[in-house]
Design a protein around this ligand. Structure first.
Ligand SMILES: *[C@@H]1O[C@H](CO)[C@@H](O)[C@H](O)[C@H]1NC(C)=O
Ligand SMILES: *[C@@H]1O[C@H](CO)[C@@H](O)[C@H](O)[C@H]1NC(C)=O
Length: 259
């Protein structure tokens, strides 16, 4: 049961990132006109960045070609996988055609940013009213002597999500621009409510229903336990994906040094 919660958690973490097979030709580009410019020495830098990013969000819906950003809603990940092992429990999960809806409704509640000697510290408070995720999964699970090979469809509806992203990074010169590269990433998403459906845990529909009810009843406990336990999986993935995104958007187009 635990492994399914890992899948859901992981999918949520990974759902907020960019797939890796995007073109790299970002040498000649400009930010679209609607993006506001901020200045490094602005005492309200965080506020400015918040407005710039909030302006950008609704337009990410169809993807932003100029920035090589794929559509946010739905955000599709063709394939992803996760291995999990902890004592008696071993699991490998493959997910296919994972679609996430609702990320374009993100509300940036607050951004705090500090730039000093090329080091950039950022905290971003984000609220998602609702995230719906669905996909196909296939798993191999070993629990002591018990072996399960469930597969099927799953979906998760999460509502009232608050999260704070903590980024620590530094500026890197490339192609005559400064890019932000993050060295550490952390987040602790708080989820108001979660409704989970997983098909195929057990072939028998009645048994499956019991398992699904169990998941829905105890999701807060699973979630609370699994978020830190799976951190070592999603943290480097998120860091890489965020850096992939940041590697396409010159930071000095968004946050300028005063001439
Ligand atoms: C999740 O999938 C199940 C089974 O396909 C379906 O009955 C249910 O309506 C789906 N949930 C949502 C919120 O779409
Ligand atoms: C998220 O923040 C809002 C506003 O501060 C609050 O009303 C809501 O209960 C929070 N949700 C969770 C899951 O803590």
């Amino acid at each position: 049961m635990k492994v399914f919660a890992v899948v859901l958690l992981f999918a949520f973490a990974y759902g907020a990132t960019i797939p890796e097979d995007q073109p790299e030709d970002v040498e000649e580009f400009q930010l679209p006109d609607f993006v506001k410019t901020c200045y490094e020495d602005d005492p309200k830098l965080g506020e400015c960045v918040k407005e710039a990013v909030s302006d950008m969000m609704p337009r990410l819906n169809n993807g932003l070609k100029a920035l090589n950003i794929p559509p946010l809603d739905p955000f599709t990940i063709e394939r992803t996988s996760l291995e999990y092992g902890n004592g008696a429990l071993q699991g490998a999960i493959k997910m296919k055609n994972l679609k996430t809806f609702g990320m374009s409704q993100a509300v940036f509640r607050d951004v705090r940013m500090k730039i000093e000697d090329g080091k950039v510290e950022t905290e971003i408070d984000i609220h998602f009213p609702k995230i719906f995720m669905e996909g196909a999964y296939k798993a191999d699970i070993k629990f002591n002597e018990l072996k399960l090979h469930p597969k099927g469809h799953f979906n998760v509806t999460m509502t009232n999500i608050n999260t704070t992203h903590h980024w620590e990074g530094h500026l890197v010169p490339k192609n005559g621009h400064q890019y932000l590269q993050i060295d550490t990433f952390d987040m602790i998403p708080e989820v108001g409510d979660m409704k989970i459906y997983v098909g195929g845990i057990f072939p028998d529909p009645a048994m499956n229903k019991i398992a699904v009810n169990f998941l829905n009843q105890y999701w807060p406990a699973f979630y609370k336990m699994l978020l830190p336990e799976t951190r070592s999986h999603w943290q480097p993935l998120m860091t890489n994906s965020i850096n992939e995104f940041l590697g396409r958007v010159p930071f000095d187009l968004l946050v300028k040094k005063r001439e």
